[in-house]
Design a binder for this molecule. Structure first.
Ligand SMILES: Nc1ncnc2c1ncn2[C@@H]1O[C@H](COP(=O)(O)OP(=O)(O)OP(=O)(O)O)[C@@H](O)[C@H]1O
Ligand SMILES: [Mg+2]
Length: 221
């Protein structure tokens, strides 16, 4: 059975698609057989993937599945013996498509920006997951800081504060890895490359590798 990970947040523009792209690539490089499901009507992941194919860079497939078919199609992918991981990129809110994707997932990966507003939204996301667990008790909830600015106090404080806020929520992890606010992340998308191809020696590439490793560890626990 393949594992389903969806990248989802309460809020738009937190870095879901940037994360989904680079985690999918890191998983593939690590030897996992990956497929991506793009559920966002903006089709951000699919646009990047088109650019990638034009470069002749082959690899995992990206499927666009409408909401009405998600349940059936993801269940079928989950049973595909040629797959290890199904990564689902969700749109910018927790309504509707995201709820459907979360219900079908083993883990929810949620980027959090260093702002008190994002902390409030991650509390909402946590409440949402708690409700989901009434019916789907095994969903893992994995948060991490995206666009971290080392010199900002809130970048340092938000990880421990979020851990404290979520400490009574089972199967919930705030990762140690932080993705920096980085020009390479702002730029890689337009190239059709992953961060590992576009800026292999950057702090951002190192951070995404670390993040992916921690996600794998969470799934194994
Ligand atoms: N760590 C980062 N450093 C610099 N720019 C970033 C970083 N993370 C995301 N961005 C930029 O922020 C914007 C939003 O990122 P992205 O599209 O990944 O978010 P999203 O959560 O998928 O958005 P949506 O909710 O619209 O789907 C993009 O312009 C992206 O390049
Ligand atoms: Mg997106």
């Amino acid at each position: 059975m393949a594992t389903v990970i969806c990248v989802a947040t309460q809020k738009g523009g937190t870095g879901k698609s940037s994360t989904a792209i680079n985690v999918a690539c890191a998983l593939e490089v690590a030897g996992y057989r990956v497929i991506v499901v793009d559920t966002d009507p903006q089709a951000t992941f699919s646009l990047w993937h088109r650019k990638r194919k034009k470069l002749g860079l082959n690899g995992f497939k990206v499927l666009q599945i409408p909401k009405g078919l998600l349940d059936e199609e993801i269940q079928a992918l989950r049973e595909d013996e040629k797959l290890d991981i199904i990564l689902v990129d969700c749109p910018g809110n927790i309504e509707d498509i995201t709820s459907t994707a979360v219900k079908l997932s083993d883990a929810v990966l949620s980027p959090l920006r260093p702002s008190s507003m994002d902390m409030t939204h991650s509390a909402d996301t946590a409440r949402f997951i708690k409700e989901m667990r009434n019916s789907y008790p095994d969903i893992r909830f994995i948060l991490f800081l995206n666009a971290a600015m080392p010199r900002w106090n809130i970048s340092r404080d938000i990880g421990p504060a979020t851990r404290e806020m979520l400490k009574n929520l089972p199967k919930t992890t705030v990762l140690e890895a932080k993705i920096p606010l980085a020009v390479a992340i702002a730029e890689f998308f337009g190239t059709g490359q992953s961060i590992f191809e576009y800026a292999p020696k950057s702090a951002a590439a190192t951070a995404y590798k670390r993040l992916t490793k921690e996600v794998i560890q969470c799934l194994q626990n």
